[in-house]
Write a protein that binds this ligand. Structure first.
Ligand code: GDP
Length: 597
C-alpha cells in the first residue's frame, strides 16, 4: 500500500471541543490534559501555544486496552485549548474548518441547548466529523463512581435504577441528534462512523468514559482522515492565526496553529491583515517552556522550526494589523505573489455580502464575522458593512449614514468599544448592541426592531381617524341645531370627538358636519365604542332637514387614513372597527374602485 510508505509524514489530527456553556468543555479538556501530563513519561508532552499535543503512547496509557498503539500510525491528537464554537469557527484552514474532528459536549441532564444547536449547525456546515461526549454521568442519582474507568466497566458497577435513569437521558440526546438530522447511537453500537454519530457517556470529574472518548477520536481519525493527515513535512508551512497578542520584548505576535508543512525561523511569511496581506519575516518562533523550567524568568523558549500540527507564537515585524482567523503562509520556494494571492483568496471567501442600506457589524475574528453574517442572512437583516476589529469612531459615523432608522444599528460581537467611540456614541443617532453570544446579539437586535415598529404603529394609531357607523335613535333629539344634539347608538367602530360625519346617498358620501362633543351618561368623553349609546353634538346640520332620527351616519375617514388602516393597521384595530372600515370602503369603492388603494 502506498499509504504505508508515507507513515512518517502523517500529522496529528487537530481536535476541537464545542458545546453549550457550562456543559463541561473546559473541565473535559482539563481532565484530558491533566491525566496526559501525569501519564506521560517526563518530557513526552510537548508544550504548544494554544493547543495540547498528546502523543499516541500517552493516549494508549490513558485509554488502557481501548487503544493499542500498534493499531495506529497517526502520531496522537492535538487538542485546541480554547473550547467553544467561537474559536472553532475562527480557526479555518483553506476555507474549511481547521479542526479535523470535534467533540460536542452535551450535559447528559440538560440535553440540547441553544449553543448545542449552534455548534451542530457549524459542524454540519463545515462537514466536520464529530463525536458527542454525553458529560456529567456522575451526577446521575445513585451513581457509583469508577475513577478513570472505561464506560462499560463503570456501567457494570451501577444499580439498575441509576442505569435506567442514565439510559433515559442518553436516549433523549440521541433523539435530539436525530431531530437535528444526525442518526446517532451509543458509540459501541455504531457500525459505520461515517453514517452514524457515536455518543460517548463521560464524566469530566471522575474521568469515567474518557478512555472511550480518546479511543473513538483515535479510531475515527485513523479510519477516515489518514489521507488528509498525509503531509509534506518539509513543505512551506500553512497555518491560521488564533490570536494577535502584544508580547513584551516582541511587540505584536500571532499565536498560530500550523496545519501543514513547516515554519522556520527567518522564513518570509504572508499573514492576513486588516487592509492588505502583511509580508514579513519570522524573527522568533516561541513555545512555552517545559513545565520543569517554569521558574525561569522567561515564559517562552525560542525554537528553530515548527512542523504541523502545532501551536506556536510567531514574532515578526508589522503584525499589528494581523487578524485572528486569518491565514499564515510561508513563502519559501514559491513566488511571493502566489503566497499573497493565496492569502487574499482565502480572505475573499470570508468576505460578507453587503447591501447599500443595512446594519454595521464588528467582530473579533474573521470566523466570527462570517458566523455573524450567516446568522444575519438567515434573520433577513441586511449588512451595510462588516469588519474585524474594535468599535472605533469611524464605525459610528458609518452606521449613522444608514437610510432606515432601524438600520442605524451597530452589532458588536466580542470586541471592545474604544474610548473615543464611546463619547461619539453619546451624541450619535446610533444604537449599539454588544454580546459575546451570536444568537443573543441578533435576538436583541430583532427585539429592538419589533419594539420600534410596534411603537411606531401605536403613534400612527393614535393619530389615524377611526372608522365608525352609528344610528340616530328615535325620540332622542335634544336640540335641533347649532349644534344638533342627538342620542345615537354606535353600530360598529369607534366614534371619536371632533371628527367629520356624514351619510351615503347611493354611493355618494355627504358630509353633514363635525362632532363638537360626546356625552356618556352625562359625562364628557372623547370617544364611544361599538354598542354604546351616547349623546353627541354635531355642528352643521339641522335635525329634520339635513338628518333624520333613524338615519345611519359614518365617521368620514380621509382616503389616506383609510389606506393606512387597511394596509398597515388591520391587525391593530378591533374587529368591529374592521367591520366599519370594510363597509365604508365597500361603498366608497362602488363609486371609485381605487379609492384608498
Ligand atoms: P464549559 O462552560 O462548558 O467550559 O463548562 P465547565 O467545564 O466550566 O463546567 C461547568 C461546571 O460543570 C463546572 O462547575 C464543572 O465543575 C462542572 N462539571 C463539568 N463537567 C462535569 C462532570 O462531568 N461532572 C460533574 N459533576 N460536574 C461537572
Amino acid at each position: 500500500m502506498t499509504e504505508d510508505t508515507h507513515t512518517d509524514t502523517l500529522r496529528t489530527p487537530i481536535v476541537a471541543v464545542l458545546g453549550h456553556v457550562d456543559h463541561g468543555k473546559t473541565s473535559l479538556l482539563d481532565e484530558i490534559r491533566g491525566s496526559a501530563v501525569s501519564e506521560a513519561e517526563a518530557g513526552a508532552i510537548t508544550q504548544h501555544i494554544g493547543a495540547t499535543d498528546i502523543p499516541l503512547d500517552t493516549i494508549s496509557r490513558m485509554a488502557g486496552e481501548l487503544v493499542i498503539p500498534d493499531d495506529f500510525d497517526l502520531p496522537g491528537l492535538l487538542f485546541i485549548d480554547t473550547p467553544g464554537h467561537h474559536s472553532f469557527s475562527t480557526l479555518r484552514a483553506r476555507g474549511g474548518a481547521l479542526a479535523d474532528i470535534a467533540v460536542l459536549v452535551v450535559d447528559v441532564n440538560d440535553g440540547f441547548q441553544p449553543q448545542t444547536e449552534e455548534a451542530i449547525d457549524i459542524l454540519r456546515r463545515t462537514g466536520t466529523p464529530f463525536v458527542v461526549a454525553a458529560n456529567k454521568i456522575d451526577t446521575t442519582p445513585g451513581w457509583n463512581p469508577q475513577e478513570g474507568e472505561p464506560i462499560q466497566r463503570s456501567m457494570e458497577a451501577q444499580s439498575e435504577r441509576a442505569m435506567s435513569m442514565l439510559n433515559e437521558n442518553l436516549y433523549e440526546i440521541i433523539g435530539q441528534l436525530s431531530d437535528a438530522g444526525f442518526s446517532a447511537d451509543l458509540y459501541w453500537r455504531v457500525q459505520d462512523f461515517q453514517k452514524n454519530i457515536g455518543v460517548v457517556p463521560v464524566s469530566a470529574i471522575t474521568a469515567e468514559g474518557v478512555p472511550d472518548l480518546l479511543a473513538v477520536l483515535m479510531g475515527l481519525s485513523q479510519r477516515f482522515m489518514k489521507e488528509e493527515m498525509a503531509i509534506d513535512v518539509n513543505g512551506p508551512g500553512e497555518g491560521t492565526v488564533l490570536e494577535v497578542k502584544d508580547e513584551r520584548g516582541f511587540g505584536a505576535t500571532v499565536d498560530t496553529v500550523v496545519y501543514d508543512g513547516v515554519i522556520e525561523n527567518g522564513d518570509e511569511i504572508v499573514v492576513g491583515g486588516q487592509e492588505e496581506p502583511i509580508v514579513t519575516e519570522v524573527r522568533a518562533l516561541l513555545q512555552p517552556r517545559p513545565l520543569a523550567e517554569i521558574r525561569t524568568e522567561k515564559q517562552f523558549e525560542k525554537v528553530a522550526s515548527v512542523g504541523a500540527a502545532a501551536g506556536v507564537k510567531i514574532a515578526a515585524p508589522d503584525l499589528d494589523d494581523a487578524m485572528a482567523g486569518a491565514p499564515v503562509r510561508v513563502v519559501r520556494d514559491k513566488p511571493l505573489d502566489d503566497a499573497i494571492a493565496e492569502v487574499k483568496a482565502e480572505l475573499a471567501e470570508i468576505e460578507v455580502d453587503t447591501a447599500e442600506d443595512g446594519v454595521v457589524v464588528k467582530a473579533d475574528t474573521l470566523g466570527s464575522l462570517e458566523a455573524m453574517a450567516n446568522a444575519l442572512r438567515e434573520a433577513e437583516v441586511p449588512i451595510m458593512r462588516a469588519e474585524v476589529g474594535d468599535v472605533a469612531p469611524r464605525d459610528i459615523a458609518i452606521t449613522e449614514t444608514a437610510n432606515q432608522e432601524e438600520h442605524k444599528a451597530l452589532l458588536a460581537f466580542n470586541v471592545d468599544i474604544l474610548p473615543n467611540a464611546e463619547t461619539e456614541l453619546e451624541s450619535a443617532d446610533v444604537k449599539l448592541f454588544t454580546n459575546d453570544v451570536i444568537y443573543q446579539l441578533i435576538e436583541d437586535y430583532e427585539t429592538y426592531v419589533e419594539e420600534r415598529q410596534r411603537a411606531q404603529q401605536e403613534t400612527v394609531l393614535d393619530k389615524v381617524v377611526r372608522p365608525s357607523r352609528f344610528r340616530l335613535l328615535p325620540d332622542h333629539t335634544f336640540r335641533q341645531n347649532d349644534p344638533a344634539v342627538v342620542g345615537v347608538e354606535i353600530i360598529a367602530g369607534t366614534l371619536q370627538n371632533n371628527r367629520s360625519v356624514g351619510y351615503f346617498e347611493g354611493n355618494e358620501f355627504h358630509r353633514v358636519g363635525s362632532l363638537s362633543g360626546i356625552q356618556k351618561q352625562g359625562d364628557d368623553v372623547d370617544e364611544a365604542r361599538s354598542g354604546e349609546r351616547v349623546s353627541i353634538a354635531i355642528d352643521g346640520p339641522t335635525v329634520g332637514r339635513d338628518i333624520e332620527e333613524g338615519d345611519t351616519l359614518w365617521t368620514e375617514v380621509p382616503e389616506k387614513h383609510a389606506k393606512i388602516l387597511e394596509q398597515e393597521l388591520k391587525e391593530e384595530i378591533t374587529a368591529d372597527e374592521r367591520e366599519a372600515l370594510a363597509g365604508y370602503l365597500d361603498t366608497r369603492r362602488k363609486r371609485d374602485p381605487f379609492w384608498g388603494k
